[in-house]
Design a binder for this molecule. Structure first.
Ligand code: ZN
Length: 284
C-alpha cells in the first residue's frame, strides 16, 4: 500500500455525488485514528498537513507514518499538502513521496495567483501529483495563516472558469462563506454562488473550514458539487476536551498511554461522523 494522488478519488466522488473527507493530522495518533476509522468504514480518505505540521512532525516521519498506516490497514491513502505556498518546499515534498498538493495563491493578485499555481502544476505533471488551488479568500485562522474577515472575499464564478482553464488544476477550493478555525455565530454558505461556480467549472470543488458548519449545510454543499470536505478544528477540539477531562478526573496522571487514549477515542467518533456526513462510507 502506498500514498496516492487524489485525482481519481475526487473524480469518482464527483460522479457518485459524495465527498471525500480530508482530516488534518499532526502526529502518529491522529494518523492512526483517521486511517483505522476510514478502513473500518471502507471510506476513501485524505490526510492533510500544513507547513506547520511538517515542521512539527518532520517530513520523513509524516511520509513514513502515513505510508505504514496505509499498508497496515490495506487502504491506499492520500497525504496532502494543505495551504502550501513555497514552490521549492512543494517540489521537495513531492520528491519525498507526496502525491497531492494544495498551492495557496489566494493572497496574490489574480494574475500572480495563476502564475504561481501554473508553475506548480507544470512541476507536478512529472510525478502524477494532483493539484488543488484556491480562488477567493477564506477568513479565519489556520496555523500561522490568519486572514481578517475584511480581507476575505468570495469566489467569482466567471473568474473561476478562467482560473481553472488557465492553470490546469485538478480541484478548486472555493470561498462561499466558510472560514478556518472557530466560527463566531452561525455560518451561512452561499449556495447560489456555489451553483453558479459549478455551472462554470467541471472539476471537483473543495470546501475548506468545514468544522463548525451545520451538518445540513455541509450535506447540501455536497449535493451542489463539493467533492472534498476539510476538517481540522473539530478533531483538535474533541482530542483536547477528552484529554482535559481525563486530567480533571486524574490530576496525577502521567502515563501518555492512559491520557492520550480517551483523546483518540473522541477523535474516532468525529471521524466516523464526518465520513457519514460526506457519504463516503463503502466507496473505497
Ligand atoms: Zn483550508
Amino acid at each position: 500500500m502506498y500514498l496516492i494522488s487524489n485525482r481519481e478519488m475526487l473524480k469518482k466522488a464527483q460522479r457518485g455525488g459524495y465527498a471525500v473527507p480530508a482530516f488534518n493530522v499532526h502526529n502518529l495518533e491522529t494518523v492512526q485514528v483517521v486511517v483505522e476509522t476510514a478502513a473500518a468504514l471502507s471510506s476513501p480518505v485524505i490526510l492533510a498537513g500544513t507547513p506547520g505540521t511538517f515542521i512539527y512532525a518532520g517530513l520523513e516521519y509524516m511520509v513514513s507514518i502515513c505510508r505504514e498506516a496505509a499498508h497496515i490497514n490495506h487502504l491506499p491513502v492520500v497525504l496532502h499538502l494543505d495551504h502550501h505556498e513555497e514552490y521549492d518546499d512543494i517540489c521537495h515534498k513531492v520528491q519525498s513521496g507526496i502525491r497531492s498538493v494544495m498551492i495557496d495563491g489566494s493572497h496574490l493578485s489574480f494574475e500572480q495567483n495563476i502564475e504561481a499555481v501554473s508553475r506548480v502544476v507544470r512541476f507536478c505533471q512529472n510525478y502524477d501529483v494532483s493539484v488543488e488551488a484556491e480562488l477567493g479568500r477564506l477568513g479565519g485562522q489556520e496555523d500561522d495563516l490568519a486572514v481578517d474577515s475584511k480581507d476575505s472575499f468570495y469566489t467569482d464564478p466567471m473568474a473561476a472558469k478562467e482560473y481553472v482553464s488557465r492553470t490546469g488544476i485538478d480541484s478548486l477550493a472555493v470561498a462561499i462563506g466558510s472560514a478556518h478555525g472557530l466560527y463566531h455565530g452561525e455560518p451561512h454558505l452561499d449556495f447560489d454562488r456555489l451553483a453558479a461556480i459549478r455551472q462554470q467549472v467541471d472539476i471537483p470543488l473543495v470546501l475548506h473550514g468545514a468544522s463548525g458548519i451545520p451538518e445540513e449545510q455541509v450535506r447540501r454543499a455536497i449535493n451542489f458539487g463539493i467533492c472534498k470536505v476539510n476538517v481540522a478544528t473539530d478533531l483538535k477540539i474533541a482530542f483536547a476536551d477528552a484529554v482535559k477531562a481525563y486530567f480533571t478526573e486524574h490530576p496525577d496522571a502521567n502515563d501518555p498511554r492512559k491520557y492520550i487514549t480517551p483523546g483518540k477515542e473522541a477523535m474516532r467518533k468525529v471521524v466516523e461522523t464526518k465520513i457519514h456526513i460526506c457519504g463516503s462510507a463503502g466507496m473505497m
